[in-house]
Design a binder for this molecule. Sequence first.
Ligand code: SF4
Length: 427
Amino acid sequence: MSAPARETMRRGWCPGTLRPMPTGDGLLVRLHPPRNALTPDQLAHVAELARRHGNGQIEVSGRGNLQLRGIREEAHPALVDDLLAAGLVDEAAGDGPNRLTLTSPLAGRAADELLDAAVLAETVERVGRDVTGLPAKFSIVVDGGGALALDGFTADLRLRAVTAEEVAFGLPDELWFGPVARGDSPALVARLLNGFVAVSGQSSGQVRRMRDLKPDERNSLAVSCGLAPMATPPARSKPAPVGLIAEQDNRVAVLAGLPFGRSDAAGLRRFGELAREVGTHEIRVLPWRGLAFCGLSAYAAAPLRETLRNEGLIVEADDPRLAVSACAGAPACARGEVPALADAAVLSEAMAALLADGLGLHVSGCAKSCARPGSADLTLVGRDGRYDVILAGRAGDAAMAHLSSQELVRRLEPGQDIRARLEAARH
Ligand code: SF4
């Protein structure tokens, strides 16, 4: 395959199903199933398509998308036809965002949701699509107010249910407005987005996201749209990313993490079979790189959790691998300067105690930092076959050392300098 075109190597370029991104192992095709939901048969079908048209490697992205890797260029049209026929493509025409809204993974199902966030998100998505000029990565989190929230996810706008009938509007830096009646919220979203486009249009390209506005400019924008400032809604604890979660009607969902957010076609097919066997009709893709098997009886949920554990999925909230972000790296990605995924497996073992203690590790194949744009306690960025070692920072920050993976493992042993600095920063 020819080298990726300059246009598609641009940092932040967002591959969709219809506009795939060339990588080292072929095309990367991003799939956003409608409502982030698949039936067991659809999951098995995606696995089969990944195998038939690509190298069978499948990732779950940090926004709850499925990414099929190694798709052959000549096979892409057939793959798109197959996905369209299966109702698995959620793409909008034009140059706008692939999808504006991100909802909590069990939206419309969670027992503690104050209102149906899935229904609200569909309405917000529709009105948002009518706003021309929104940047491609503009995002709106729609939050039903339950515990399984997306508070740690970056967003240009948050809609958070505060009662069954009222929604608060949140802008970056905890600027909150409202509450407004939920029936009025789509029109207010449209007004706010149109206002943002107008302001960004006057900025000569300097304002691309809501956070690019100064806090007083964000405040003025919201007030000019008819929103009134309000106190920050109560903070919530970070939700357990895996385990059993109560749904409505005494149903239960089993949430399981894919190690480093990855599986292969055989694994995905197997998860579809397991779901079918226990009577799950819906599988949600989790934005923290896993799958939720929904609608189970309590009787069926516990055994399924054990089966998933035996299949290699993460089902315990204190599993150290949940604290690791890693991209494909070399050789799967053309830009990879180190084998990030293989090294992440070794490093997560070497750092198991630190990770279980809450430390975050990011292993990136290159400076593009696809797996985690934000900072981590330890960020490792591939460069010339070694890693730039960054403590409490992100790719691009000053590195304290440039080390091979073997040297890194050695300096993460008890009593060695990098481990000591990480431990000191934790306490
Ligand atoms: S960060 Fe990883 S996946 Fe992204 S371009 Fe670099 S090597 Fe590839």
